[in-house]
Design a protein around this ligand. Structure first.
Ligand code: RB5
Length: 147
C-alpha cells in the first residue's frame, strides 16, 4: 500500500473510536499522526477537521481520517480547505468508490452510528483502493477548478 502517513482526529463523539482506530492503523503499519483531542472532553469538530485537512494538503500526510458523531460535520468542514476531497462514508463499498471515482483524500467516519468493526473495513477499503484516473481525472480536475 503506497499510503504511509495518516492524519487522524475526532471530536468528543468520535474520540473512543479514534483511539481504537489509531492503535489499529499503527498495528497495520501506517505512520499515524494523531492530531487529537487527547481526551473525550467536548470540543468543536471544525477545529480538528481543519488540522487534518491541512496536514493532507501540506503533504505531511497522504490521507486524513476524521471521526465525529455522524462524520457529516467533519466532512463539511474539511471540504472548506482547498485541495481536500473529504467524503462522509458509512460502507466499505462507498469507501472504494470515493477513492476510485472521486480521489477522496480525507474520510469522515461516524463514531456513533457505525461500529468499530465496520469502520475498520471502511478504512481498509479506503486505504487500499487506487484512484481510477481516466474519465474520473477530468471530473476531479473540474472539482478543483471550483475552488
Ligand atoms: C456532536 O454532538 C456532533 O454534532 C458531532 O459529533 C457531529 O456528529 C457533527 O456532524
Amino acid at each position: 500500500m503506497p499510503t504511509t502517513a495518516i492524519a487522524l482526529a475526532s471530536d468528543h463523539a468520535g474520540f473512543e473510536q479514534k483511539q481504537q482506530l489509531a492503535a489499529w492503523l499503527a498495528q497495520e503499519g501506517f505512520e499515524v499522526r494523531d492530531l487529537g483531542p487527547a481526551t473525550d472532553a467536548r470540543v468543536d469538530y471544525p477545529d480538528y477537521a481543519a488540522q487534518v485537512a491541512r496536514e493532507v494538503t501540506s503533504g505531511a500526510a497522504q490521507r486524513g481520517v476524521l471521526v465525529c458523531g455522524t462524520g457529516i460535520g467533519m466532512a463539511i468542514a474539511a471540504n472548506k480547505i482547498p485541495g481536500v476531497r473529504a467524503a462522509n462514508i458509512t460502507s466499505p463499498q462507498f469507501a472504494a468508490l470515493a477513492r476510485e471515482h472521486n480521489d477522496a483524500n480525507v474520510i469522515a467516519l461516524s463514531g456513533r452510528f457505525v461500529s468499530l468493526e465496520t469502520n475498520k473495513q471502511i478504512l481498509t477499503s479506503f486505504l487500499s483502493t487506487p484512484f481510477g484516473e481516466g474519465r474520473h481525472a477530468d471530473r476531479v480536475a473540474k472539482i478543483g477548478a471550483l475552488e
